[in-house]
Design a protein around this ligand. Structure first.
Ligand code: HEC
Length: 130
């Protein structure tokens, strides 16, 4: 009996694991887009900077930027602006920070990353108006 059941059970297990891994690795780009527009872009616009849009860099350039994690030449990390600590500090005036206040830092960073990569110059759906 075990011999009949085991391959099926392992196939199912592998399938389940693959599904949950890919769901996790992808991030929720829709949520990432809201956060990027309402937190990242809102501040860039308020500071009178040129638009910093995902389309301004390739996927590889964004990956390098996000991996280096040095925002404004290392003044702070990119992660800091996604962190709960930062969300907490602006939640009264920023609806996205309030809405996603309780997300884990790592999950929200994956969501933002998913949006940026999807919208990069060579991404699936390049986005300039963000
Ligand atoms: C509180 C304001 C503020 C927030 C929030 C903010 N930025 Fe910035 N960002 C800036 C400023 C100011 C600069 C310009 C720094 C310079 O020119 O030295 C900048 C520059 C950048 C640059 C150009 C390269 C660099 O690092 O100088 C990128 C890319 C960037 N921001 C991405 C992001 C992303 C992604 C987020 C959201 C997760 C974000 N920023 C959130 C203020 C902000």
């Amino acid at each position: 009996m075990m011999k009949l059941h085991t391959p099926l059970a392992s196939a199912l297990l592998v399938g389940l694991l693959a599904t949950s891994f890919s769901a996790q690795a992808e991030g929720d780009w829709k949520k990432g887009r809201i956060y990027y527009r309402m937190v990242c872009t809102a501040c860039h616009a308020a500071q009178g900077l040129e638009a910093i849009a995902p389309i301004g860099k390739t996927k590889a350039e964004w990956t390098a930027y996000l991996t280096a994690d040095k925002h404004a030449k290392g003044k702070e990390t990119v992660k800091y602006f996604v962190s709960k600590k930062y969300r907490e500090s602006v939640k009264d005036t920023n609806k996205a920070a309030a809405k996603y206040l309780n997300d884990s830092d790592a999950d929200l960073m994956e969501d933002v990353r998913a949006f940026i990569i999807r919208s990069a110059k060579d991404g699936e759906v390049p986005a300039s108006c963000s």
